[in-house]
Design a binder for this molecule. Structure first.
Ligand code: HEC
Length: 240
């Protein structure tokens, strides 16, 4: 079934992060702030002519990403804008009527999964959103997957499969709660606590608030479940 596949994919994305998050949490919390370079404007040919924001190309590299706690929190999401138009991004993110996010918008729920609004016309099917899966460490961010649709890898295909179900006025942003299939973790895991734990264990910088013991318990529950799944898969692969 479609939803089951999505869950599995989502877990595999999370598993990398969670393993490290649980192990390194106390370590990361005590670390000095890691400076992730600010996203730079697109590198042009040195021309001095000003380019209207709407025409700027949104260049995305490892250095474009920042720790969640350096971004601006709106509800459950963290937002940013690579072209300096944070105001434009915030206006849509905070609007109950929704709207179209401006080019350069960065939105995140988890440290390792990102949507970035590319320049107009970049991809009609995704409303110009590009999906990213990152690996994060105290040293910064590394892009593991990126693409629109069809995706480079299955993992990204699953991003669009949920996010495209959002009502048009919410511009594929699931947090708006308008038609996106929910993320459901099996095994009685409390979604809200787990998401909060993942946010607070972004390894790129310390969180203003540490995860509560209850939130950590959900993270550990998920980690154990993923380990059990991996062990079962390995055992099955070893069968003649
Ligand atoms: C099972 C459906 C599903 C899949 C698959 C999925 N998402 Fe989401 N995503 C959601 C839901 C639901 C939310 C909102 C959760 C909340 O606010 O608590 C969300 C939130 C987000 C957000 C925060 C902005 C927003 O839309 O609310 C980003 C960014 C995001 N997902 C990126 C991704 C990426 C990248 C992938 C693929 C690697 C992905 N998602 C796969 C359902 C999904």
């Amino acid at each position: 079934m479609c939803v089951t596949t999505k869950k599995v994919v989502l877990f595999s994305v999370l598993s990398l992060f969670i393993n490290a998050a649980v192990c390194n949490m106390s370590e990361a919390a005590g670390k000095p702030e890691v400076k992730v370079p600010e996203a730079t404007a697109p590198q042009g040919s040195g021309q001095v002519e000003p380019i209207a924001a709407a025409e700027k190309k949104v260049e995305v590299t490892d250095a474009s990403f920042r720790c969640l706690h350096k971004m601006t929190k709106v509800g459950n999401m963290y937002v940013d804008n690579l072209l300096g138009d944070l105001e434009g991004t915030l206006a849509v993110a905070k609007s109950s009527a929704g709207g179209v996010y401006p080019a350069g918008s960065v939105v995140q729920l988890l440290p390792t999964e990102v949507m970035i609004k590319r320049e107009k016309g970049a991809n009609d099917e995704t409303n110009d959103w590009e999906f990213f899966v990152l690996e994060v460490s105290p040293e910064g961010s590394k892009i593991k997957q990126r693409g629109f649709n069809p995706p480079v890898k299955n993992m990204l295909g699953s991003c669009i499969s949920c996010h495209k179900q959002v009502a048009p006025q919410a511009d594929m942003v699931c947090a708006a709660g308008q038609g996106c299939p929910p993320i459901v973790f099996p095994g009685g895991i409390d979604n809200a606590k787990l998401i909060s734990a993942l946010q607070k264990t972004d390894k790129r910088c310390p969180s203003p608030e540490p995860p509560t013991p209850e939130e950590m318990a959900e993270l550990i529950k998920l980690k154990k479940m993923l380990e059990a799944q991996a062990a079962a898969a390995a055992a099955a692969a070893g069968q003649p």
